[in-house]
Design a binder for this molecule. Structure first.
Ligand code: FMN
Length: 395
């Protein structure tokens, strides 16, 4: 689960308009005057230049650099849980080693580091596509030894055009509302290229009854996650509320990535920040009123071996490939993993499983859920999220 989590409430008297109130009411018409304090918030949240600055530069230059270093520039644009970017790349003359940065985790939200390894898998997919586009024929070896998650060795080849490569700079997680129209079944099926993904399946949940059941489960899981203080805290740790932090860390979740319309986003940035608890409540409301209410269909990546690292890396590759294909077709994708985050939390805490049996009812026997996302035709485009530069992630 990832959402807007707000920093601590101001200690001075509570203003009439807070982000919390705005986000709760959805109000979009507040006249604001340029007071000194407001001027500071304009600067502090970069309200006039969302998505700008060094933290967003990697989106501008990812095509420019040739060779393996350039391919790493495409890899860093991949999806990752909470935008943790848990990757390290070792660039050699004819290969890139891919390692996990275990310090970049989400604690109790991902106790078995399943999502972390899936995120690295997403980066491997971008890396492979970017090698091919640069005339480097890649061979991927997963888990070559204990220290490396993968090695991508390359040989000279011919540049191979691929629209999925061209979509790398346009792929963004879309947390906004989707249109009411359905995505046809054949279009959903066409989003999946299963090459090299043995042991994984993609189940589409688009019919009204199972879709409603999964929506209920997603809302219930969000509520359980918010009620679990440690999960809420671990989630909050990756929210960057101030532009200074975004530019310094170049990772994490931002207001700009929450799928608001322009006016609501500008107002949310101008208003004083509210508390973690208010952010949690906001996320619950968005999950109910926007995310599940406007999902045209859900995709679930399943497997019989969810704890296997190679399976997780391959699932990341499949997930990124689906998202890039969807981007090519004007279909939005929003990752929604609160159910599996609760399943893993219950398991690691030794609690009676509440969510695993309910999810199992919606899936074929023997298949366990690894990843969940919703798709649909977007009402508005999604915004880019910050990224660390290539030289910050190579060793
Ligand atoms: C394994 C994995 C799990 C994720 N889970 C969620 C989720 O539950 N909710 C959500 O809003 N985004 C989720 N995301 C999306 C990330 O937050 C997103 O990829 C990251 O913030 C970078 O943004 P971008 O995808 O727009 O580049 C997930 C991504 C990955 C790879």
């Amino acid at each position: 689960m990832q959402t807007v989590q707000e920093p601590a409430a101001p200690t001075t008297s509570e203003p009439q308009w807070t982000r919390r109130n705005l986000l709760r009411t959805g109000a979009a018409a507040v006249v604001v005057a340029g007071t000194g304090a407001l001027g500071y918030r304009v600067y502090d949240t970069a309200v006039l230049s969302p998505g700008r600055g060094d933290a967003y530069d990697p989106w501008q230059h990812w095509r420019d650099e040739p060779g393996l270093l350039g391919a790493v520039g495409a890899a860093v644009l991949a999806a990752s849980p909470h935008n943790t970017q848990p990757w390290i790349f070792g660039v050699r003359a004819d290969a890139v080693d891919v390692l996990v940065d275990a310090t970049r985790g989400t604690g109790t939200v991902d106790p078995y580091r399943r999502e972390q390894h899936i995120g690295v898998g997403c980066a491997i997919e971008n890396l492979v596509l970017a090698c091919r586009a640069r005339g480097l024929e890649p061979t991927v070896t997963l888990l070559p030894d204990d220290s490396r998650l993968a090695t991508v060795a390359v040989q000279p080849g011919r540049p191979a055009p691929d629209p999925r490569h061209d979509a790398i700079g346009e792929r963004h997680t879309n947390r906004g509302p989707f249109e009411a129209r359905a995505v046809p079944p054949e279009t959903l099926a066409g989003l999946v290229d299963p090459t090299g993904t043995a042991g994984l399946a993609v189940r589409w949940i688009a019919e009204p009854a199972p879709r409603a059941a999964l929506s209920r489960l997603l809302n219930d899981a969000a509520a359980a996650l918010v009620a679990d203080e440690q999960q809420s805290l671990d989630n909050f740790a990756w929210f960057r509320s101030h532009d200074d932090d975004i530019q310094r860390h170049r990772d994490g979740l931002t207001l700009g990535g929450q799928g608001f319309g322009a006016v609501k986003l500008a107002l949310a940035k101008l208003l004083p920040a509210s508390s973690r608890a208010a952010g949690d409540q906001f996320w619950l409301k968005q999950t109910a009123d926007v995310h599940t209410a406007t999902a045209a269909a859900y995709g679930v990546i399943t497997t019989g071996t969810p704890d296997d690292r190679a399976t997780q890396l391959t699932a990341g590759r499949l997930l990124e490939r689906i998202h890039l294909t969807a981007t090519c077709q004007g279909i939005a994708l929003h990752h929604m993993n609160q159910i599996t985050e609760r399943i893993d939390r219950e398991r690691s805490a030794g609690a009676t499983p509440a969510f695993a049996p309910r999810f199992a009812e919606l899936l074929p026997p023997g298949e366990q859920p690894l990843l969940t996302f919703r798709v649909g035709y977007p009402r508005r485009p999604a915004a880019p999220s910050p990224r660390r530069a290539t030289d910050q992630v190579i060793r």
